[in-house]
Every structure is written in C-alpha cells, then in structure tokens.
Design a protein around this ligand. Structure first.
Ligand code: P6P
Length: 338
C-alpha cells in the first residue's frame, strides 16, 4: 500500500467493545467486556489451531503426535478443550454447555455471572474437505442469586444477552450481537486482532436463494415438499427465473452467506430427525438472534418464533427456517394456508 491508502484508524474488536461498554448500560460492569474478550481469544486460538492442524494431519509433520505417542486429537476435541479453558480462565463464566460435553460444566471457583452455550467446531465433518467450519456461541446472564445450575441454561431464547459465531474460512470472520444490532469483524492474522468490517449489518429483505438438504426431501412433511418445489418454478418477481439452491452443509457457512446475501436457510424435521437435527441452545438460538438483529426472521416448522422457545434438555434439537423476512414470511403464509 502507498502510505496515504493505509487506514490508520482501524477499529479492533477490543476497542469496539470498550466503546460499547462506555455507551451501553448492559456492559457497564466490564464483566461483559471481559467475557467478549475471552471469546475472541478462543476464536483466534481455534482458528490458528485449525489452520495448523490441517497441514499436520495432511502431511504428517513431526509433532503430529506428542512424546507419549498420543494420537493427534480430533479437531473438535481440541476446539472444545480450547473453548472450555478460555471460559474457565475468564473468571466470569459460571456454567458452560458444549456440544461435545454430555453434561453441564460448572466452574465453582469462578465468581462468574454468565452462562455460555457453544458448539466449538460446528460442521467438523467437512473439515477434511477444506469446507469452512465455525464456532457458535449463545450467552445468558445467570438468574438473580443463582450459583450456577442447569436452570441458568434451560432458558427462553429471549433471555439471551448475546450471540456470536466465528467462521474459519479463507479469512476468519466473527459476527456478534449483544441485542442492539449485528457487527462483523475479520481477523487480521498479522495484528492478531479482529477488525470491524461489517458495522451495523442489516441483511437484504429478500433474495432468490434457498439452502436446504434436498437429500431429505422424501422424508419431509408434504407441505414442506410443496413449498420447496414452488421455489423451483418460474417466479413472477424474478422475471420467470426460479430460486437458486446453495447448500454447503456447514451451518456457520450457510448462515453467513444468508446474512450477507439474504435468502432462506432451513433444516426442517423429517422422518429420520423427528425433532430436527440442529441444536436449540448453541445452533438455532444464536443464529436466530443474529438473523433477527440483522432484520431477518427465524421460526420452526410450525411457524413458532425460535427465540420464544425454551429447551427442556441442554442438547434439545429444533427445526429451523431462517433468513430474509420475505422468504420466511412466504413460508409462514404457505403453512397457514395449508
Ligand atoms: P446434513 C454439520 O454437521 C451440522 O451440524 C450443521 O453445521 C449443518 O448445517 C448440518 O449439520 C448439516 O446436516 O444432514 O445436511 O449433513
């Protein structure tokens, strides 16, 4: 870059969070700022680990197994350990739900006032194909007077105080909401900082893309098959063109594209997955919060708003239809009619 083209006033995520803390009562204690900083550390560490491990796995660099000959840990186990340690070290996380852990994790020594739910490496089955994967997180404040129990995470979606995901793609992207809009950041690996790149993101109100695993279509409810087939017909508003299909099979990548381009992402229930496949606490909830904060919608097969649901178990699943308000409303009208 020639000297004059360098932006010398970049906004790092750390600076962004501190500025929010000054202007936003919710962040006033500084605890929330500390938590968000612990989260971004975890994302940086997981990002670096994934990029390094890929080479180690692929070409068996020395060090693929440690001195005692332990097998190279699977990346989702590594991601989980990194995340648990970062939340424990933050001091202000009291309870943690992880997709990789059957039971709730409590940090008794932490004075924490937060409950965190996460999928440390979502889409890990795609890793060996080099497809983008991500970490998805939802944040709750402990119930008043709580010392940290399962009740602090079996909450209604509207009680979330924050949600974010990191997507480990060509770059590492981070999308964050704390309840007043969505802001996006991109990791500058030289600086080791997330830089604000999508301030106050709002998603397109409509876009002719639908994203669903058509391999399940014979197992869907009849009304869902009809709805998806209708999108394949010539659309009047598209001058006779049909919708396009885009399905990566990694939720973070499919939702990231939907946030930026618009359109519809869905994982409905089917005869194989009677309650859906995606998990409520650390996939559907955080993605629904982010999409709504960007001006979109998120509902389940029955048209209920995802954020108004409450899990009975920490690994409860839910169907989900999320994306641009036009496309989701079109689904809602379709099921009301039928
Ligand atoms: P299917 C990845 O395994 C995942 O949990 C999500 O990231 C993704 O959206 C979904 O499952 C893909 O599931 O059945 O289409 O392969």
């Amino acid at each position: 870059d020639s000297a004059e083209s360098i932006n010398t006033d970049i906004i790092t995520m750390s600076r962004f969070i501190l500025e929010k803390q000054r202007t936003n009562a919710k962040h006033a204690t500084g605890d929330f700022t500390l938590l968000l900083n612990s989260l971004q550390f975890a994302f940086k560490f997981i990002s670096q680990t994934i990029r390094r491990a890929e080479l180690v796995n692929l070409i068996g660099l020395a060090g693929a197994s440690n001195s005692t000959g332990d097998q190279q840990k699977k990346l989702d186990v590594l991601g989980d350990e990194i995340f648990i340690n970062a939340m424990k070290a933050s001091g202000n996380v009291k309870v943690l739900v992880s997709e990789e852990q059957e039971d709730l994790i409590v940090f008794p020594a932490n004075h924490g006032t937060y409950a965190v739910c996460c999928d440390p490496i979502d889409g890990s089955s795609n890793l060996d194909a080099g497809v983008s994967v991500g970490t998805i997180v939802s944040l709750f404040r402990l119930q008043p007077g709580s010392t940290g129990t399962i009740a602090d995470v079996l909450r209604n979606g509207l009680e979330m105080v924050g949600a974010c995901y990191a997507m480990y793609g060509a770059s590492t992207h981070l999308m964050l909401t704390t309840g007043d809009g969505v802001d996006g950041f991109t990791l500058d690996t030289q600086l080791g900082e997330f830089i604000l790149t999508y301030p106050n993101l709002s998603m397109p109100l409509e876009y002719p893309i639908y994203s669903i695993n058509e391999g399940n279509s014979l197992y869907w409810d009849e009304r869902i098959q009809t709805f998806i087939n209708d999108l394949k017909k010539p659309q009047e508003m598209l001058n006779g063109k049909p919708y396009s299909a885009r399905y990566i099979g990694s939720m973070v990548a499919d939702v990231h594209r939907t946030l930026l381009y618009g359109g519809l992402f869905a994982y409905p229930c089917d005869r194989k997955n009677k309650n859906g496949k995606l998990r409520l606490l650390y996939e559907a909830f955080p993605m629904a919060f982010l999409v709504e904060q960007a001006g979109g919608r998120a509902v389940n097969d029955r048209g209920e708003r995802i954020l108004e649901l409450t899990p009975r178990h920490i690994h409860d699943k839910s169907s989900i239809w999320l994306g641009s308000s036009y496309e989701v409303d079109r689904y809602l009208k379709h099921i009301d009619k039928n």
